[in-house]
Ligand binder design. Structure first.
Ligand code: 6LW
Length: 548
């Protein structure tokens, strides 16, 4: 087949992919961190075309993240299928609750159908944050996890361990057995086991999820080892490949097609190189993955009982030969959400808690999404904010909002959000002279500012009437620009162009930054009067071919 798979297959914030095939269907689960619902599931029948089929953790009794820090929450889910059902393991990190990575609890949930409903979580031990479940041929199940090295303090990665899981009892049993200490690259995590032709293949992510990231493969004829490392060690990595557009490549797993072809899904980042940012320090020379960590795929061949990239070497490729399977495109998703359905479309995510009728309603004003203002955008509780991933380096998002603020403490509008310290927004509010205004503001590294407040013009505009207002943001690789319109035809830019690179994992402290940029709508009411905003549509559109 001459069809080609274009990477990344899941653009935008879709990290830590875990892939499986059930019959003719391929599924990938990805991490969601503090965004609700937890764990995205994508589906494909040809590995070329993917569609979002839903989420796993959809109820607050499965996942309660209120108060969680940025990038805490759901890490590295691992999907499997056995005994006629789907199994998904995940960890729920909550450093903010007085814990540390050391104390991360891990869980398993099951479902008859990939679309759910998924069960309540069952605890499968803690102390590591990337559990997977390995179903051996003899029917026994094993939790495979990373650990922290208790001997040398809390900040060192320890061994990969396995421990038996009694699914009927919902309990771990027997001793936890260390099976692999990792290679010198270190930070050994994301372990998953594949059994093939009598070998147990242990696949791990190493090098940390940044520029040194890699996929390490080792094998043994015994689950408990000893494990022999692949002759190439890291079968995939983009370290030392500065020209490779797919950076940070690692954290992968294998899948075969019904015809016996093999592929490896993995995470990657596509950095934007910001010349202005070099002044911040040499580490920024590596660029900023403004879309977060994304999912890509590579073709694999087996030789001498080992998997190798089919292209040779270990460098991820942007274009990969498609498998010999019938093309299976999905209907294209609408660019515009008119909010005329009774249910929120699955692209939308909320922060730390589910969207509830009490603050996010599709019924109170039919054909509109009503957001009832709650906490300010920097809060870790009660945010009335709905957002979707930014998937392209060039994009435009737009909304139309009817809003009648009565004080500067009430605001609603459009937001580009990385986390609760880093975001840009265009808000409709009322100024101290009681004018209705539209205004661009930002928070970078937790410091709030109103761009242009030091003399630049155009950051605040008075709106003469109380009609609905169109709000827009465009991204052109390094720059966001907000604009507004009263009729949807004539647009006025507002505020300066805003650098996209602070809204990335790499900006500031790389540790604990794992998500990606989102664009969405919000309403805040610091007066707690329940002032609402009615959004009649939201559109998202790629502006030009994404060449990076
Ligand atoms: C995840 C780990 C990783 O738990 O990053 O890239 C961590 N690999 O496996 C956060 O996604």
């Amino acid at each position: 087949m001459s069809q080609v798979i274009q990477n990344p297959i899941l653009p935008g914030f879709n990290p830590d992919p875990s892939v499986i095939r059930v019959g003719d269907d391929f599924y990938i689960a990805t991490s969601t961190f503090e965004w609700f619902p937890g764990v995205r599931i994508h589906h494909s029948r040809d590995l070329v075309n993917w569609r979002l089929v839903g989420h796993v953790l959809t109820r607050s009794d499965q996942l309660d993240m209120r108060g969680f820090n940025n990038s805490d929450g759901v890490y590295a889910p691992a999907l499997s299928h056995a005994d006629g059902k789907f199994w998904l393991t995940f960890s729920c990190t909550h450093n903010s609750r007085g814990g540390a990575w050391m104390s991360t609890p891990c869980y398993v949930v099951t479902a008859e159908s990939i679309e759910g409903p998924w069960s309540d979580p069952v605890a499968i031990g803690g102390g590591g944050f990337d559990p997977s479940l390995f179903h051996d041929d003899d029917g026994r199940k094993w939790v495979v996890n990373m650990t922290w090295d208790g001997r040398s303090g809390h900040d060192k990665f320890g061994d990969i361990v396995v421990q038996e899981f009694d699914a009927a009892e919902g309990k771990l049993k027997g001793k936890r057995v260390p099976i692999f200490a990792g290679t010198e690259l270190g930070c050994t995590e994301g372990p998953q086991i594949l059994k093939k032709n009598g070998y147990y293949y242990l696949i791990t992510a190493e090098g940390g999820t940044e520029w040194n990231h890699a996929v390490t493969v080792c094998r043994s004829t015994d689950l408990f080892g000893p494990y022999e490392v692949h002759p190439q060690k890291y079968i995939l990595s983009s370290r030392f490949q500065e020209e490779n557009p797919l950076q940070r490549s690692g954290h992968g797993f294998f899948v075969d097609t019904p015809n016996g072809e093999w592929y490896l899904t993995h995470l990657c980042g596509r950095p934007v190189y910001d010349p202005d940012a070099y002044a911040f320090g040499p580490k920024y020379a590596t660029g900023f993955s403004i879309l977060g960590r994304e999912t890509a795929i590579q073709k694999v061949e087996w030789r001498d009982g080992w998997p190798w990239l089919a292209c040779g070497g270990n460098a991820p490729q942007m274009e990969v030969p498609a498998p010999d399977l019938p093309a299976h495109p999905w209907p294209t998703t609408d660019k515009v959400d008119n909010f005329d359905s009774k249910q929120l479309s699955s692209q939308w995510q909320t922060l730390r808690e589910p969207a509830e009728e009490s603050w996010c309603s599709l019924t109170q004003k039919p054909g509109h999404l009503r957001l009832i203002g709650r906490h300010y955008l920097s809060s870790r509780f009660d945010q009335s904010l709905l957002a979707r991933r930014i998937e392209h380096h060039q994009m435009r998002a737009e909304t139309l909002v009817e809003y009648h603020p009565e004080s500067p403490m009430e605001m609603a509008g459009l937001v580009v959000y990385y986390d609760n310290g880093n975001y840009y927004f265009l808000k409709i509010t009322r100024d101290d002279s009681d004018n209705k205004v539209v205004q661009v503001c930002s928070s970078i590294a937790g410091v709030y500012s109103e761009p242009g407040g030091d003399g630049q013009k155009g950051e605040t505009a008075i709106i003469e009437n109380d009609d609905p207002l169109y709000l827009r943001v465009t991204l052109d690789t390094q720059w966001y620009q907000f604009s507004y319109s009263t009729d949807g035809r004539h647009w006025a830019n507002i505020g300066p162009r805003l650098n996209s690179t602070p809204l990335s994992d790499e900006y500031g402290n790389l540790i604990f930054k794992f998500t990606g940029s989102m664009v969405g709508i919000f309403a805040c009411d610091v007066n707690e009067q329940g002032r609402h905003a009615d959004f009649s549509h939201f559109s998202y559109e790629q502006l030009s071919a994404d060449s990076k």
